[in-house]
Design a binder for this molecule. Structure first.
Ligand code: SF4
Length: 455
């Protein structure tokens, strides 16, 4: 059973589907091997579809190597990553599952195959062989966005809802069902999520995880704002801008003369987090790595410029955002490879708008309206990362996603809570639009800006 809060995963950049997902898949492959790991002489990984097409820029190959060493995304540090890379590229060795050293030759053991596997745009196959070149284990994994991973069997099961979920009193599969739960139990969205999560873990564990997510977001922002790295990794050689914006804002005495100066702050918040992601730093999926700057930027905007947020408010913010992300994951997609950038930046903006509306005192219906408005104005947004990197247009999209979220939350607070378009309707519309989208515009870097801009 998935926790609703699993939409927020602490891991590393630059991509949740293309870096964190492959790490998780290879962790699962190590688990599948179990004691047979000692028999393994060689491992082969074949990356398919979008994992192949943008895999190098998104560090999918490195993610697989890290995962094969048994390191979980949350535990990756620059030092551990460096040691693993040095062993593979310097000595052609890999410590499988962290306990069995094998020979690993990058060009022989990692394949890039642009063809799509049948169940999702992000597929990969892992195989382990013994010393006689006999196959020990083969497994196909799909990285379905936001760091979530399923095997082919799990993904093709007829009903996406697990038995455990079906037994949960406070589970919901649509905004209308969630609204009904709120009304029947006289609870806010955050309270319903707390009740739902505490059916499988303690309330203290839920609160602790919300605060851990918040702290990790703030740590990421601080790392981004204080980074001394001038240029982001990759062929584009893009400058990091957040530290310079901070310097200017800290010394800008005339800032209050510009009525739109607040945009610079939101831009700085979102850029700092997104730039940290682009450089492979520690980030939180929200709901993905590519869109990880939107929610922290809105949080920082509220607490630095609007009102004090105590622990209870921070927890409410995280729980409300998670509820909205859960609805998209359940009924549509949070994968740029499956439904374009509307499923990443659009969903992040929708989550942030709802959370901001909630902590600003909006009614349940107004919270849903904020989520709907933010998505409505991201519909059709394509994914065409230049150079296969999570930089252009991704970093600036985080800024604009945050600004749209703030605008959407403000609009509903002034409104009368009526809505001509429901959140459920816009979620399905986003998914259908994504399915209709040409695959050139779904994280393949075969169209759009990726084709137009040389790097
Ligand atoms: S364009 Fe959007 S969906 Fe595509 S990699 Fe960038 S942030 Fe992710």
């Amino acid at each position: 059973m998935d926790s609703i809060l699993s939409i927020f995963k602490i891991g590393v950049g630059p991509s949740s589907s293309h870096t964190i997902g492959p790490i998780v898949a290879m962790n699962r492959f190590c688990e599948l091997l179990g004691d047979r790991v000692e028999l393994v002489s060689r491992v082969q990984v074949v990356l398919h579809g979008s994992l192949s097409l943008t895999g190098k820029g998104h560090l999918t190959d490195i993610g697989c190597i890290i995962g094969l060493c048994g390191l979980a995304p949350k535990d990756v540090t620059p030092e551990k990553k460096r040691a693993i890379i040095d062993a593979v590229f310097g000595k052609n060795t890999l410590n499988l599952a962290g306990r069995h050293e094998i020979n690993f030759i990058y060009d022989r053991d990692i394949f890039f195959d642009d063809s799509m596997l049948p169940l999702h745009e992000n597929g990969l196959i892992a195989r382990a062989y013994d010393e006689n070149n006999e196959l020990i284990v083969e497994q196909t994994y799909y990285s379905t966005g936001g760091g979530f991973v399923s095997t082919a069997q799990e993904l093709s099961s007829p009903d996406g809802q697990s038995l455990d979920e079906a037994n949960l009193k406070f589970d919901f599969d649509s905004a209308s069902k969630l609204a009904e739960l709120c009304s029947v139990h006289n609870c806010s969205i955050a309270e319903i999520v707390m009740l739902r999560e505490s059916e499988s873990m303690s309330k203290k564990a839920v609160k602790d995880y919300c605060l851990e997510v918040y702290e990790a977001m703030m740590e990421c922002y601080n790392n981004g704002i204080t980074s001394s790295e001038r240029i982001l990794p990759g062929s584009i050689r893009l400058n990091r801008l957040a530290p310079a914006i901070k310097k200017r804002l800290d010394t800008n005495e005339k800032e209050d003369m510009d009525p739109l100066a607040m945009i610079d702050y939101v831009s700085m918040y979102a850029r700092a987090v997104s730039e940290e992601n682009a450089s492979g730093g520690k980030v939180v999926t929200a709901p993905t790595n590519g869109a990880c700057g939107v929610i922290p930027a809105v949080l920082l905007y509220i607490q630095n410029h609007r009102f004090y947020m105590d622990e209870a408010k921070i927890i409410d913010f995280i729980l409300t955002a998670a509820a909205i992300g859960y609805l998209y994951k359940k009924n549509a997609s949070i994968s740029g490879a499956e439904a374009g950038c509307q499923a990443e930046i659009g969903v992040a903006s929708s989550m942030a708008a709802a959370a901001m509306a909630m902590v600003s005192g909006a009614s349940t219906q107004q919270v849903f309206n904020a989520a709907e408005i933010a998505m409505e104005h991201h519909l059709g947004l394509t994914c065409d990362p230049v150079g296969g990197l999570v930089q252009i247009p991704c970093i600036e999209r985080n800024v604009l996603g945050a600004i749209k979220a703030i605008s959407a939350a403000k609009m509903v607070l002034d409104g009368d809570a009526t809505a001509r378009v429901s959140l459920d309707e816009v979620i399905i519309t986003m998914y259908k639009t994504g399915k209709d989208m040409n695959s050139k515009y779904k994280e393949t870097s075969l169209g759009g800006l990726a084709k137009m801009v040389s790097c």
